[in-house]
Design a protein around this ligand. Sequence first.
Ligand code: SAM
Length: 392
Amino acid sequence: MILGGPMSDVAVVPHVEVLRLGHRPLRDKRVTTHVALVARAFLASAIHIDNADPVLEGTIEKMSGSFGGGFEVHTGVKARKLLERWDGTIVHLTMYGRPLQDAITEIPKDEKLLVVVGSEKVPAEIYDLAHFNVGVTNQPHSEVSALALFLDRLFEGRELCARDMGGMMEVVPTARGKQVRNTGDVRSVPTNGPFSRKWPPVPDPRDCIELLAEVGCSRAVIEHCRAVHRMGMVMVKASMKADRFEPLGLDLPLIEAGLLLHDIGRSRTHSIRHVVQGTVIARRLSLDPRLVDMVHNHIGAGVPRHEAVALGLPDEDFLPRTLEEKLVCHSDNLVGSKGRHPLKRSVEKLVEKGALAAAERMVALHLELEERLGIDIDLLVPEGTERRTILP
Ligand code: SAM
């Protein structure tokens, strides 16, 4: 997506998801659809809706398919769980909150943001779970208007200049009448943004960081990618010391780029589908196909086709095949929000979720890498070896 306008030189584009509370499929069909459409058009990455509504999901997905934006809709979401596990800032829009114009200056733009809107009476606990309760005026109006105004202030008007959302259709702004262009036939040529620039097929680390920022990854995502990069390079260097590097003939620039770009899809969504979004982005940027595969195959120790659909992924394999891909994939398994951690933490998480096959795959990948790289990975990741640093 291309962002233009007065603030287009600002690299950090906030990552926003919306939580819609109290959706009643019959009564709120139209209003919730409008909340979702506002979220999508005003650059949020996803909407979570508490009550299941497959019809609404279909409507919004169809719209995203036509007009683009890589927007995700999840209905039947456990709202409390989402709020409690949210690893970013929570903003609740309510007429009783602090004035938007004051709160907006304090809301961090470089962390994931969950914006909560209600329908009828919002439970009191939401006010406590939110980091910010924000009023768009203190008059009662609507979740649709409140969300639109909040996002406009958050993005400082940049959403008004957004174009090239990657859809099949694009509206051509005209003074009168309607003009829609089929982008499959005639692509508009963007004049700025990541997709108009020619990137090397395997960008160097500096370019990778720039690219992540240009496609809209948050600071937190970029920091995570840097931590995964350090983790991977520690393994590579240990392998070199172990005299195993030369015979393995690892492609170092490719590994570095893969470690840094694996989460490029998190510029669009933080759900598991970030690998799908990332693959689309990497292809559109004409990156080296081996790099595209690294982005595609980096979750857990990979996901085989027969598990993919149940996880919300397309019906295909997401399995790392080359040693370079496996290294990228597993480095990510050893880095969490608080820095590096031992394998057991990631494995335990999978076991807790009942994903036993995935846990076994991860252990197998760990052992395979130890064997092939000639290193003891556990010695490289003692707990607390790395703390998160904030980008300059
Ligand atoms: N009494 C409700 C409240 O807590 O704001 C109003 C319900 S209103 C029909 C539905 C939703 O619209 C609210 O949950 C809130 O998210 C949003 N809303 C309405 N007026 C608002 C305002 N002035 N500022 C922020 N959000 C508002």
